[in-house]
Design a binder for this molecule. Structure first.
Ligand code: 3Y8
Ligand code: NAP
Length: 252
């Protein structure tokens, strides 16, 4: 057995630890989005594969037997490529996902379907806004230049974002409630914009917003391809054991 983990989330790090503990042969893959991705207890490869064809070639050349997609719920293209490549290469594929966050009592969420819808939702007088969606989609918010944006990024932006009033803070999760409460208070944040990442790594800002009674523009997840899914590391481990059992003739 040789597993390829498509990583970049808290759950991917947890699965990597579980496979390393069991000395299961595995590779951990990052897209190369950030300068210094978190170290892993497995061999790491960094960078795109070169589309579906590139991923198929990689699976064959590395003799991968099981592909586990543990990318972020917004990493839509990678997830589509994983399903297509595994099917064409004839290897098993499983996604380890986490449920989306759901609004609790006291939440003031405005749920929107896309980044553009989030931009449209910010029409109105200038506010102090925490934009916690990372670096890749900041330019869209230039359509609402009146706001004072606090940008939480992993790395400094290569070019200053086209936002006349913005401040950058560099931080990577997992985040804490105390830290996010202090952040929102210190910067007088009046509204948050974020993606429905789910999981535990970035939920603190929502708990802090609820405690401070702040509104949240919540960008809901894109639709992902039909695929087999697991919701815990234990489920993946038992899938790996069962999925690697030799195909036995089914009795009739
Ligand atoms: C490179 C690899 C771990 C994994 C930690 C999780 C938790 C913190 C929540 C906020 C929201 C955001 C962003 C975020 C979260 C975890 C997890 C998660 C959100 C790292 C990582 C990589 C990335 C890529 C990066 C994106 C950006 C998104 C920042 C590692 C730290 C905003 C998404 O500068 C850039 O280009 C950054 C790009 C994709 C979204 C974007 O569009 O900008 N993640 N994040 C992965 C790779 O190269 O393959 O170093 O750990 C991983 C984590 N990010 O094990 O502890 O599991 O969700 N990451 C979002 O959810 O909104 C931060 O600030 O509140
Ligand atoms: P994406 O838009 O779905 O993928 C774009 C391209 O990036 C893919 O087609 C692939 O390139 C490459 N890629 C993505 N993930 C990869 C991985 N783990 N290993 C190797 N190549 C990968 O992806 P994204 O949204 O930019 O996310 C990139 C990475 O950041 C992923 O690891 C994801 O888990 C992590 N992340 C993303 C978010 C987010 O908000 N999107 C949040 C937290 C973490 P090729 O086509 O060349 O193969």
């Amino acid at each position: 057995m040789k597993v390829l983990i498509l990583g970049g989330t808290t759950e991917a790090s947890a699965l990597a630890g579980a496979l390393a503990e069991r000395s299961i042969a595995a590779l951990f893959s990052y897209a190369g989005r950030v300068a210094a991705p978190k170290p892993q207890p497995l061999p790491i490869r960094v960078g795109g594969f070169g589309g579906v064809a590139g991923l198929i070639a990689f699976l064959i050349e590395q003799r991968i037997t099981h592909l586990v997609d543990v990318t972020h719920p917004f990493a839509e293209q990678m997830s589509r490529h994983a399903v297509a490549a595994a099917q064409q290469a004839g290897i098993r594929c499983l996604a380890l996902t986490r449920p989306p966050w759901v609004p609790q009592i006291g939440d003031r969420w405005q749920q929107v379907a896309s980044v553009q819808a989030a931009v449209d939702a910010l029409a109105g007088p200038a506010e102090q806004i925490l934009l916690a969606i990372g670096r890749q989609q900041l330019a869209a918010f230039a359509a609402q230049p009146q706001h004072h944006y606090l940008l939480r990024l992993v790395d400094p932006p290569e070019v200053p974002p086209p936002l006349p009033h913005h401040r950058v803070i560099l931080d990577r999760g997992p985040f804490t409630l105390d830290g996010d409460l202090a952040l929102l208070r210190e910067h007088g944040i009046e509204r948050l914009v974020c993606k429905n990442a789910g999981g535990t790594g970035a939920v603190a800002k929502l708990t802090a917003a609820r405690q401070l009674g702040l509104p949240v523009v919540m960008i809901e997840r894109p639709a992902l391809p039909q695929r087999q899914e697991a919701h815990s590391v234990e489920e993946v481990l038992s899938w790996l054991c069962h999925a690697s059992a030799p195909d036995t003739e089914r009795g009739v």
